[in-house]
Design a protein around this ligand. Structure first.
Ligand SMILES: Cc1cc2nc3c(=O)[nH]c(=O)nc-3n(C[C@H](O)[C@H](O)[C@H](O)COP(=O)(O)OP(=O)(O)OC[C@H]3O[C@@H](n4cnc5c(N)ncnc54)[C@H](O)[C@@H]3O)c2cc1C
Length: 149
């Protein structure tokens, strides 16, 4: 069993998957793509880099076969903070821009959104932090995003 592990350098992580296999993942956050039209196949260069780096840390995996591969897309905002807001017509709410950390925040996001929809405010956080308008005040929103979010 291979536990969830970050490899040296912080760019790669691995975790159990595929039954008896492991899932190996990395992320590049500097390239913009159209989510409706992008190539969801990892490029050959990335696969070769991964195989090399992984083999240095876990030599037994150097010759492991590849069962599947997929590229996902991060829906990132400039500051990597969410947008949780009422935008446009009355009754239209946005919860998006989760910037690679939306899954673990889902319970809080659900609570905030249900509060906003039913009462227009939330006691959980200062909802203005997540406003869409922050980008009209500054295109960078809250400023530079932290690394490895
Ligand atoms: C590679 C990667 C690694 C990540 N790792 C983490 C992590 O470790 N921890 C963490 O907290 N978060 C992580 N995230 C982020 C997390 O996965 C997202 O923040 C979260 O999934 C966003 O949830 P969502 O419901 O808003 O959107 P999504 O999960 O993207 O769901 C949107 C759904 O809407 C559907 N859809 C889109 N357009 C239409 C349409 N026109 N009609 C009908 N349906 C449509 C899509 O098919 C999809 O099912 C990661 C994301 C990626 C890409």
């Amino acid at each position: 069993m291979v536990p969830t592990t970050a490899l040296p350098g912080g760019e790669w992580y691995i975790r159990p998957d595929f039954g008896d296999g492991i899932l190996v993942a990395t992320h590049h956050t500097d390239e913009e793509v159209n989510p409706d039209h992008y190539d969801n196949t990892p490029d050959e260069k990335t696969i070769l880099e991964l195989t090399d780096q992984l083999g240095e840390v876990i030599p037994e995996l150097r010759d492991a076969g590849i069962r599947g591969q997929y590229c996902g897309v991060y829906s990132s905002t400039p500051d990597h903070d969410f947008i949780l807001d009422q935008i446009g017509p009355d009754g239209c709410y946005f919860a998006c821009g989760f910037s690679g950390h939306g899954f673990k925040q889902a319970p809080a996001v659900g609570k905030i959104m249900s509060d906003l929809v039913t009462t227009g405010s939330t006691p959980l956080v200062d909802a203005t932090f997540f406003s869409y308008d922050r980008f009209s005040e500054s295109a960078a929103g809250h400023g530079k995003a932290a690394d490895n979010v």
